[in-house]
Design a protein around this ligand. Structure first.
Ligand code: SF4
Ligand code: SF4
Length: 212
């Protein structure tokens, strides 16, 4: 029929127009700030430093390797290494950041710092309500302001945090096994009787040199 396609198109347009007012899954506008849409797990804004346990300073995973500082495209990370060591997540004495600053006003949320960190120490936050009138005083975050617990990480990125925990647990098992094997080998070496050179048996002559 002539014009059938046009009528179908108009019908579809009308259906979508009315649906945008009544269809629950299409009513996506929320009256912010009174209402807030929940963050999806992949939401990311600015980085934070993860710590284990309850003490942010003692539990910091960061070992001040400075890889993130070098790789950050706009160079908004500033790290000063400590001159002493503290145990890392595996109990191994490590350097830690005596200073770790991120200028949030310069950060472009690229997540490169997260991707290059070998210690699962820096992750992306979902907090976005950071506006302030003091650009330098309030947006230059120090290590204490950047530190958030592993529990917080689990709350905002549960799937990713669970994967990270599993990976760290696996690495810890391997590290413990390696340390145990090294300790056993060292103990065996220490317990072995030392034979003075003077009483060591002479090297046996090759078979072909033996007489009779
Ligand atoms: S998210 Fe990107 S810009 Fe921001 S601190 Fe990390 S590497 Fe730098
Ligand atoms: S956050 Fe990660 S990459 Fe950056 S200094 Fe700390 S351990 Fe190294």
């Amino acid at each position: 029929m002539l014009g059938e396609g046009i009528l179908k198109g108009l019908g579809e347009t009308a259906r979508n127009f009315v649906g945008s007012y009544v269809s629950a899954e299409r009513l996506t506008t929320v009256q912010y700030p009174e209402e807030r849409a929940p963050n999806i797990e992949a939401t990311r804004d600015f980085p934070f430093l993860v710590y284990d346990g309850t003490d942010w300073e003692a539990g910091m995973r960061c070992v001040a390797c400075q890889i993130c500082e070098k790789e950050c495209p706009p160079k908004c990370i500033y790290i000063v290494k400590s001159t002493d060591k503290k145990p890392d997540a595996f109990g191994k004495p490590q350097i830690y950041p005596a200073r770790f600053d991120i200028d949030i006003s310069v950060c472009m949320s690229c997540q490169i710092c997260v991707e290059v960190c070998p210690f699962e120490a820096i992750k992306m936050d979902t907090e976005f309500e950071l506006s302030t009138t003091d650009r330098f005083g309030d947006l230059l975050y120090d290590r204490k302001e950047l530190s958030k617990s592993n529990e917080y990480y689990h709350r905002i990125h549960p799937t990713e945090a669970a994967e990270v925990d599993a990976r760290l647990a696996e690495e810890k098992v391997k590290a413990d096994a390696k340390a145990k094997a090294a300790a056993v080998a060292a103990a065996a070496k220490a317990a072995a009787p030392s034979v003075p050179n003077a009483v060591k048996p002479a090297v046996a002559a090759p078979e072909g040199d033996k007489q009779g």
